[in-house]
Design a binder for this molecule. Structure first.
Ligand code: CMC
Length: 414
């Protein structure tokens, strides 16, 4: 489909082509606007700007739809594992049995053939109070220089190494010695095993299942802040490793992935201060108060976040199955109920997002607060890689926005 729009700029009509997406999104291609008219566009936060054409995931914020390569998230969560989902995101199609087996085999090969001595040596240099996201980001960059000669698949190398880095960070911080990667275990079982194994006990299936679902839900979300960061670096032909390191830093922000940590801190704070939900809702509504209801609101979802609906069920299931009695889940449910019925939140279309319940699941699993965003990064990795790859394959140009300069006019040093 093709089309045009006519724009009347200062009495002169100019024509611009319209680009259509496969699910009816329409964009005006303004790449010749400045050339034709002398004007540029102004769109802080890129609230209304599409940065590229992409075929990886699709979000309809009004209808609460999320698709990975065309498949609804509700179906993926029921029929796919995280590894299968990763393959889908990276390669565009679901794998058959043999392809999935090879994918898993290649990951195992990296982790069997590589030893982690070099990583551990570097690891020793970090002060113990370094935030796990800072460590993960810098180690991701360094990984580039730790590739074995026989391993030239950088995508597989990163997917293989990320769980090891995450587990090392967790265990080191807790004074525990590393647990080896076990090539007989599934990807997410390995994560659980490398985090928590004490003796030769098998990873708890309930935990593996809940974590696998969380990883799937986090795997991609089109042009979010960290993915855009990765794409931006890819456009400058920065290596995959350094681009992922930048993506991790972007994810760390409290308005983005860091919200999962902020949600639990907020809930603990509310509980600690007597649990008066109404008081905190009023604080969130008060423009003079910097407090925001963490885990609420989303740039794109203005109706409901389909991931939040799934995650709430996962949270309830895991609490029940593990007989984990945490007053925080009850508080979160009450807070949600009050907020979604409050006119401020209704008018501003603020609903619970993915981060509202994810921290509760991590807590039930036994993952400490400062590791929550690391878990998010583990899930988002295949999405970041897919976007980095897409930028390069589509030969997208260097991302370099313009600005409206509002500083001094030209002046001289007196
Ligand atoms: N609590 C109270 N008020 C809010 C909230 C909130 N959580 N979120 C937005 N608002 C208000 C905001 O004050 C503004 O009011 P006004 O129009 O009167 O100035 C209005 O709603 C629009 O907010 P915005 O910040 O302009 O909207 P945005 O699309 O730029 O922000 C957001 C999206 C996610 C940054 C924001 O909703 C927020 O800060 N939420 C809390 C942090 C959070 O949960 N982040 C996780 C996002 S989802 C996962 C991810 O991306 O990683």
């Amino acid at each position: 489909m093709c089309g045009i729009v006519n724009c009347n700029i200062n009495g002169i009509v100019k024509t611009f082509p319209v680009i259509y997406g496969s699910l009816n999104e329409k964009a005006i291609n303004i790449s010749t606007l400045r050339e034709q008219t002398g004007y540029i566009t102004f769109d802080p936060g890129f609230k209304n700007t599409s940065i590229a054409k992409s075929s990886i995931s699709f979000v309809d914020g009004e209808k609460g739809i999320l698709l990975y390569r065309g498949y609804p998230i509700e179906e993926i969560i029921q029929k796919c594992t995280f590894l299968k989902t990763s393959y889908l995101l990276l390669n565009g199609e679901l794998p058959n049995e043999k392809q999935l087996h090879n994918f898993s085999y290649m990951i195992n090969q990296v982790n069997i053939s590589n030893n982690n001595t070099k990583i551990l040596q570097i690891f020793e240099k970090y002060p113990i109070n370094t935030h796990p996201m800072g460590i993960l980001s810098s180690l991701s960059s360094i990984l580039e220089f730790m590739q074995e000669e026989n391993n030239n698949n950088i995508f597989i190398h990163l997917l293989a190494k990320f769980p090891i880095l995450a587990a090392l960070i967790y265990r080191k911080k807790h004074g525990l010695s590393p647990v080896n990667y076990d090539n007989t275990l599934y990807y997410t079982s390995n994560i659980v095993n490398m985090f928590f194994a004490t003796n030769n006990d098998k990873p708890n299936y309930i935990i593996v299942d809940a974590l696998d679902k969380l990883l799937i839900l986090h795997a991609d979300h089109e042009q979010n802040c960290s993915t855009t960061t990765v794409r931006l670096l890819s456009s400058a032909h920065v290596s995959l490793y350094a681009s992922i390191a930048a993506g991790i830093s972007a994810l760390w922000g409290r308005l983005h992935g860091g919200a999962n940590e902020a949600v639990i801190e907020m809930l603990e704070n509310i509980l600690h201060n007597g649990g008066n939900i109404k008081k905190w809702i009023e604080k969130a509504k008060n423009k003079k108060d910097p407090f925001r209801l963490m885990g609420f609101g989303h740039r794109i979802y203005k109706n409901f976040d389909p991931r939040a609906i799934i995650i709430k069920q996962v949270a309830e299931n895991i609490m029940k199955k593990l007989k984990f009695n945490n007053p925080i889940l009850q508080l979160a449910k009450e807070l949600e109920e009050v907020a979604i019925n409050d006119s401020y939140f209704i008018e501003k279309k603020l609903y619970p997002n993915i981060d509202f319940y994810s921290g509760i699941i991590y807590q039930a699993i036994g993952i400490p607060k400062d590791m929550f965003t690391v878990m998010f990064a583990l899930g988002r990795l295949p999405g970041w890689i897919a976007h980095w790859k897409e930028m390069r394959l589509n030969q997208e140009p260097l991302v370099r926005p313009r600005q409206i300069y509002v500083g001094y006019k030209k002046r001289n040093i007196l």
